[in-house]
Design a protein around this ligand. Structure first.
Ligand code: GP9
Ligand code: MN
Length: 630
């Protein structure tokens, strides 16, 4: 009994209980909140030991504080670790991904999240915080007694244990996944094999690393990039069949929020989900094998791809991490050709750092929430509903000097897919029992109606026939976390093969007066810039772009995803699982068939990242671009 008392006195019991609490909830989160896909016993073992070393390491830091402050320091560290865990749990529910430091820098966005964030927090989440309350109460009660007092030797032993467990963890992880630390795009594996806390240490090191890249970058690196983009497929000289066919016309871009291609021509309860878009595809170029290449930057990534023909980053959003870079974006190029480039969107101008980034991209004006009349009734979720958004945009469009390049970004079809008014619900929800999936069809149907109205108004305003319309889905709306409901909707099992192809988003290029055509070409958002510029008859100078005009005859059928997955006309390579499929049969085939594709994706993504991290286009400005213009 005395021994027990002395342990209690020295704070051993408190320390041990805290470790067990934190370990238990971390392990619980790793097992239940994240889909980590544990393949064998070693991985299971890693998962169990992986939180221990980091928990001991961080909580142990409290011993470097004076005994008086120790309890407080201990609880601050404990709460911070709980917060990190909890934030990841909530983030994962929607993004199916882990938080990175650059994502945290976008905190301004999170403040705006409102309804989306609330929908992601469950009542049972209180379990993640109960232990914090218990431990704080315990330290308060203990106030008069000495706090954790361990001998120096004990603390040293504690850290030796941290090192020991850490080393075992790392060597097992390396066995499971060679090159784990260099394959940065695979956050899922990092968390699975290193644990959530160690993952964040790794992520911080990576962030520091990339920030130094700009400082050390030089123009030789740009030469390497130019050699690649000029060389591959001889793309610089390739002119599509429709080159110059829309010269001098206005360009209207419509970013369709969370719109995946599977909704096109699909019926629910015997009703079309997107009746207007379905009709529009008949007299447009409809690309039905078109993919998004977005990463954590979501809509902003799709905008970046659209205007620059470069990839977003593997972590964070270029819009927030590199808004000060030099770019050679479509708005800037078109402005030189006499166009008025503008963006229109019913959310705050700071969201995704758009106010800053649009200037870097060369937009003349950004009509944001501040310019619209946004009321309680005409807004839902993030901001202005799509129909009033288009309605109120019409006079703004009218006031622009022609030709214009106008990017409309819709928003109502955004997670958690809410319509607050019965009149907006033009189709019954689906009945899978998964709320997000079920409501998705209703907001989608509403978005379709909004686009239909917009086309009508363009006709009424007399602007329709002088304009070309480019409509594209910005990124997925239904993440892998909803595979059960999605397989019910699609009537088939969702394997990596299907999951990759579900990343198709519609691309509809409508040129009034021109006949429609269904296009089988495999392409992605990175191809939009050259496609649009070629339609307008504008030839690239010395430009860094990774995409190819979708109408170019010799173009390779290719879509490279941000995570390294690849789709061609023949193969589907799922990077996450490292599986190669035959596209026509859906059967798994030998790895080596996909090896060159995998290599190419790696190379292309690396080069694109190099340009962004090193801000390499600033060198282009000085040498090649000027030379090219002469
Ligand atoms: C917000 C809208 C949605 O302005 O673009 O952003 P997302 O969450 O889809 O990236
Ligand atoms: Mn979006």
């Amino acid at each position: 009994m005395n021994e027990y008392k002395s342990l209690l006195k020295k704070g051993w019991l408190f320390f041990t209980v805290a470790i067990v609490f934190l370990w238990a909830k971390t392990y619980y989160a790793l097992k239940t909140a994240f889909t980590l896909d544990i393949e064998n016993n070693t991985q299971q073992f890693i998962l169990a030991i992986t939180p221990i070393s980091s928990i001991l390491f961080f909580l142990g830091l409290a011993f470097f504080f004076s005994p008086k402050r120790r309890n407080k320091a201990f609880m601050v560290i404990y709460s911070l670790m709980t917060f990190v865990l909890f934030a990841n749990v909530v983030y994962f529910r929607f993004f199916n991904d882990f938080i990175t430091l650059p994502v945290l820098m976008q905190y301004k966005n999170f403040l705006d999240l409102g309804g989306s964030a609330k929908a992601l927090i469950h009542p049972t989440d209180i379990l993640y915080w109960i232990d914090v309350v218990i431990l704080i109460a315990w330290t308060v009660r203990q106030k008069t007694k000495p706090s954790m007092r361990f001998k120096k030797r004990t603390v040293a032993m504690l850290y030796a244990t941290v090192l020991g467990i850490g080393a075992v963890n790392l060597s097992l992880a390396n066995q499971e996944r060679p090159e784990l630390l260099t394959r940065t795009f695979d956050r899922m594996k990092l968390v699975k094999l290193l644990g959530i806390y160690n993952y964040h240490i790794y992520d911080s090191v990576m962030t520091a690393n990339t920030s130094t890249k700009r400082v050390f970058a030089d123009s030789d690196e740009l030469t390497e990039v130019l050699n690649y983009v000029n060389g591959q497929q001889g793309k610089m000289g390739v002119q599509g069949k429709y080159y110059g066919k829309a010269a001098g016309k206005n360009v209207v871009l419509i970013s369709l929020e969370s719109t995946q291609n599977f909704v096109i021509d699909r019926k629910l309860h015997g009703q079309e989900i997107t009746p207007f878009l379905n009709d529009l595809t008949d007299d447009s170029f409809y690309f039905k094998n078109f993919y998004h290449n977005t990463g954590q930057g979501k809509t902003s990534d799709s905008e970046f791809l659209l205007d620059n023909s470069m990839y977003g980053l593997s972590r964070g959003a270029v819009f927030t991490t590199n808004a000060g870079n030099e770019f050679n974006a479509t708005p800037e190029i078109l402005k030189e050709e006499g166009y008025t480039p503008v963006a229109l969107h019913g959310n705050h101008d700071t969201f995704w750092n758009r106010d800053v980034m649009y200037k870097s991209l060369g937009y003349d004006r950004y009509f944001s929430k501040e310019e619209y009349n946004v009321t309680e009734e005409n807004s839902v979720n993030y901001g202005l509903k799509d129909i009033p958004f288009f309605e109120q945009s019409m006079p703004m469009l009218k006031g622009l000097e022609e030709p214009y390049y106008a990017k409309f970004i819709t928003m109502t079809n955004h997670y958690p897919y809410i319509l607050d008014n019965e009149k907006m619900k033009m189709i019954e929800p689906a009945e899978t029992g998964d709320g997000s999936v079920d409501r998705y069809f209703q907001t989608m149907r509403y978005q379709d109606e909004a686009v239909k109205k917009f086309f009508q108004m363009m006709k009424e305003q007399g602007e329709y026939k002088d304009t070309i319309f480019v409509l594209y889905g910005d990124h997925y709306g239904i993440s892998d976390n909803h595979n059960r409901a999605m397989s019910e909707i699609l009537g088939k099992e969702i394997r990596p093969f299907e999951r990759v192809q579900l990343q198709k988003v519609p691309l509809i290029i409508h040129i009034p007066g021109m006949e429609g055509k269904e296009m089988n070409t495999v392409g992605s958002q990175v191809d939009l810039k050259p496609t649009i510029l070629h339609l307008l008859g504008i030839k690239e100078k010395h430009d860094v772009q990774f995409g190819v005009d979708l109408f170019a005859k010799e173009r390779e059928d290719l879509a490279i995803f941000r995570d390294g997955s690849v789709v061609t006309d023949k193969y589907v390579y799922a990077a996450k699982e490292d599986i190669c499929y035959d596209k026509s049969t859906g059967e798994e085939i030998e790895d080596k068939t996909c090896a060159p594709l995998k290599q190419k994706a790696k190379k292309e993504l690396e080069l694109s990242d190099k340009v962004v991290h090193g801000d390499l286009l600033r060198f282009l400005e000085k040498n090649q671009k000027i030379e090219g213009k002469k």
